[in-house]
Design a protein around this ligand. Structure first.
Ligand SMILES: NC(=O)c1ccc[n+]([C@@H]2O[C@H](COP(=O)([O-])OP(=O)(O)OC[C@H]3O[C@@H](n4cnc5c(N)ncnc54)[C@H](OP(=O)(O)O)[C@@H]3O)[C@@H](O)[C@H]2O)c1
Length: 349
C-alpha cells in the first residue's frame, strides 16, 4: 500500500500534459476523464451502434489520455468487452480497464448473481473477451440479495490475490423513487461500503454524478474523499441531456433507456431546458469552441480530487470533445452559477 502504481505507459505524444487522477489506497493513476463504453453496445440508440466507429472512439480517447475504459460483462451482453478486447490486444499499456460482474441478462429480465464460484468463472470469461491477463478495476455491479455481500467481495479479493485483478470497486445503486423520507440517496451504499472495507479495500465507487443529479455529493463523495477512494462519475452528461444536442419530443428508440426515463418525456425535457441554457452561457464565456458537454464534465471534475467522470459515447468526435474537457477549469463564478440552476424535474418525481 502507499507506493504509486502507474498503470499504462502514457508517455505517448501529448500525454505528459494530460491531468491524471489517482484512485484507491494503491494510488492507481488514470486520465482525469475516462470513457464510458456502454452506449457502444447497450442502452442507447441500437440502430446507431457501429463497431468500426466505436473502435475509432476508443482509440481516440486513448490517444488523448482518457485511459480509463469503463465496461461491464452485461453490456451487450458480452459484446462490449469483446469490442474492447480488439483494442486492448494492440495497446493494453495505454489503457486502464474497468469492468463489472454480478448481473446476468435474460430475454426479459436482469438478475444478480453474487455466488463466489460464479464470480470466479465470470472473471475468467471477461479476461478472455478483453484479451488481457489482468483487469485493473473489477467492480461489483449489484449485490445479490441471496448472497451475503461479504462472500461475493471475498471471492473478488481472491481474484486480486491470484493476480487476475488489480483493484476492486462497487457500483452504487440509489433508487430515487424508493427512498424513505429524510434518507439520502446513497446512505445504503455507504453502509455497504463500510461492510466491504472489513473484508478487502474498496478502490473505487461508481455512481451517477452530474449537474442534474448531484446527490452523490451528500454522503458518498465525502466518504470516498476521506479514504482516497475514487468516485467514477457515471452518466456525467445526464444521459446526453446536458450536452444540449437533444431536441424535446424527438423521441427515442424502444430499447433506449431514455424511452422510459422520467426526465426524457418531451414535457420534462422542455421543462429542464434552463439547465442546458445555463451550461451554454458558461461555455460561451470560455470560448467559441467550448461546449455545454465540456462544462458539465468540468463541473464533475471540480467536485473532488478523486473524481473521474466516465462520459459514455460511441462517436469519435464526442470522445475527443469529452477528453478535452480535462483542460477546462471553471471559475468560482461558473460554479456558483451552476449551483444556482433550477433542480431537474422528472415526470415521476
Ligand atoms: N455502474 C453502473 O451501474 C452504471 C450505470 C450507468 C452508466 N455507467 C457507466 O457510465 C458511463 C456513462 O454513462 P452513460 O453513457 O449512461 O451516460 P452519459 O455519459 O451521461 O451520456 C451518454 C450519452 O451522451 C451522448 N454524448 C456523449 N458525449 C457527447 C457529447 N460531447 N456531445 C453530445 N452528446 C454526447 C452519447 O451519445 P452517443 O451514444 O451517440 O455517443 C450518449 O447518448 C456508461 O457508458 C457506463 O460505462 C455505469
Amino acid at each position: 500500500m502507499g507506493a504509486e502504481v502507474r498503470l499504462g505507459d502514457l508517455k505517448r505524444e501529448g500525454h505528459d500534459q494530460v491531468e491524471r487522477r489517482t484512485i484507491g489506497a494503491a494510488a492507481l493513476a488514470v486520465g482525469a476523464v475516462g470513457l464510458g463504453c456502454m452506449p457502444m453496445s447497450w442502452a442507447y440508440s441500437a440502430s446507431r451502434q457501429r463497431g468500426d466507429e466505436s473502435l475509432r472512439a476508443v482509440h481516440r480517447a486513448l490517444d488523448l489520455g482518457s485511459s480509463l475504459l469503463d465496461t461491464a460483462d452485461m453490456y451487450g451482453p458480452f459484446t462490449n468487452e469483446l469490442l474492447l478486447g480488439r483494442v486492448l490486444k494492440e495497446r493494453r499499456s495505454d489503457a486502464f480497464v474497468s469492468t463489472k460482474v454480478g448481473l446476468l441478462v435474460g430475454d426479459q429480465h436482469i438478475v444478480a448473481n453474487g455466488r463466489p464460484g460464479y464470480v470466479k468463472r465470470a472473471c475468467d470469461a471477461s479476461l478472455r473477451r478483453l484479451q488481457t491477463d489482468v483487469i485493473d478495476l473489477y467492480q461489483l455491479h449489484r449485490a445479490d440479495p441471496e448472497v451475503p455481500v461479504e462472500e461475493t467481495w471475498g471471492a473478488m479479493a481472491e481474484l486480486v490475490r491470484a493476480g487476475k485483478v488489480r483493484a476492486l470497486g462497487l457500483c452504487a445503486v440509489g433508487a430515487r423513487s424508493a427512498r424513505r423520507p429524510g434518507a439520502r440517496l446513497h446512505d445504503a451504499t455507504v453502509r455497504q461500503l463500510e461492510r466491504l472495507q472489513q473484508v478487502f479495500p474498496v478502490s473505487a465507487v461508481e455512481a451517477e454524478l452530474s449537474v442534474w443529479s448531484p446527490e452523490a455529493l451528500q454522503s458518498l463523495l465525502p466518504w470516498c474523499e476521506a479514504r482516497g477512494v475514487g468516485l467514477l462519475a457515471a452518466m456525467p452528461l445526464g444521459n446526453g441531456f446536458l450536452t444540449g444536442t437533444l431536441t424535446p419530443g424527438e423521441g427515442f428508440e424502444p430499447e433506449d433507456l431514455r424511452a422510459r426515463h422520467p426526465r426524457f418525456t418531451a414535457e420534462m425535457m422542455a421543462a429542464n431546458q434552463p439547465i442546458v441554457v445555463g451550461l451554454r452561457r458558461i461555455a460561451a464565456r470560455h470560448g467559441d469552441d467550448v461546449t455545454p458537454a465540456q462544462v458539465a464534465l468540468a463541473w464533475v471534475l471540480a467536485q473532488g480530487r478523486h473524481v473521474v467522470p466516465v462520459p459514455g459515447t460511441k462517436q469519435e468526435r464526442w470522445a475527443a470533445q469529452n477528453a478535452a474537457a480535462a483542460a477546462l477549469r471553471l471559475t468560482p463564478q461558473d460554479l456558483a452559477e451552476i449551483r444556482g440552476l433550477p433542480a431537474a424535474q422528472g415526470s415521476w418525481e
